[in-house]
Design a binder for this molecule. Structure first.
Ligand code: HEC
Length: 225
């Protein structure tokens, strides 16, 4: 339906309603199938993830790929994400869901970083999105048997103290027998605080809260960096 606006306000409101409608969908639309789709439940369109953490709201808002493609190397995946972030940062278009701080965003970048001299988390090598695990075993020091990489989602539910877990990790990467992926990690105290903020974005919320995270997103002022 195309209408020519004769006065400015109804037209303006019409445009807002159209754009909001496109993002959120119609509230009154009846559900055809008895089992509701994700889009119907959250009223957010083009949402192809089942995950419900603030991090997932963040990847949705910024159209960041959720995981590596079939057969794609994790380094190619991180390169793809970094180029998307750089593009959005340059245009001041990074959107942070409600509650996701600048510190958490910086932590996310450290988490993804694989070859920097400083602030290099290299975490993504083993804790690969979207489950934040590579589903593999890793020999973390000389004598002990290989350990499976745990998922980093929902650490709160599992009552994991993140700060403490990071201290354990720091000690492990200093071991002379640490694997190469550990020896590539370079973190200072500030980086650890940022990583901790990021890992807190991986706890699921319910559908209603998830929708709010998206609707109340804010633009990150990347000019401050
Ligand atoms: C070599 C692969 C590897 C890399 C790289 C790696 N991790 Fe891990 N991570 C593991 C494994 C394996 C464990 C389980 C350790 C154990 O069972 O003792 C673990 C455990 C953890 C835990 C505890 C989770 C739990 O459920 O107890 C946290 C938190 C964590 N890693 C965060 C990180 C962060 C942050 C980084 C980047 C700075 C990182 N990891 C880099 C393999 C890795």
């Amino acid at each position: 339906m195309i209408r020519i606006c004769t006065s400015i306000w109804p037209c303006f409101i019409g445009i807002i309603a159209l754009t909001t409608g496109a993002l959120i969908g119609s509230e009154t639309k009846p559900s055809k199938s008895p089992k509701k789709s994700i889009e119907q439940k959250t009223k957010i369109h083009r949402l192809d993830t089942q995950e419900r953490a603030p991090y997932d709201a963040f990847t949705y808002l910024n159209r960041i790929p959720a995981k590596a493609d079939e057969g794609e190397d994790i380094l190619d995946f991180t390169a793809r994400v970094y180029s998307r972030l750089a593009n959005q940062e340059g245009r001041i278009l990074i959107k942070l869901p409600q509650g996701m701080t600048r510190e958490a965003y910086l932590g996310y970048k450290i988490f993804l970083s694989t070859d920097a001299k400083v602030s290099n988390g290299n975490c993504v090598t083993c804790h690969a999105p979207d489950k934040f695990t590579d589903f593999k075993l890793h020999k973390l020091n000389g004598d002990s048997p290989p350990r499976p990489t745990p998922s980093l989602r929902n650490l709160a539910e599992r009552k994991i103290d993140i700060a403490e877990a990071l201290q354990v990790k720091l000690a492990a990467i200093k071991s002379p027998n640490a694997p190469k992926a550990y020896r590539n990690i370079h973190l200072n105290k500030m980086d650890l605080t940022h990583l901790e903020s990021f890992l807190k974005q991986l706890n699921d919320v319910d559908d209603k809260a998830f929708r709010e995270l998206i609707l109340n997103a804010k633009i990150l002022n990347t000019l401050l960096d």
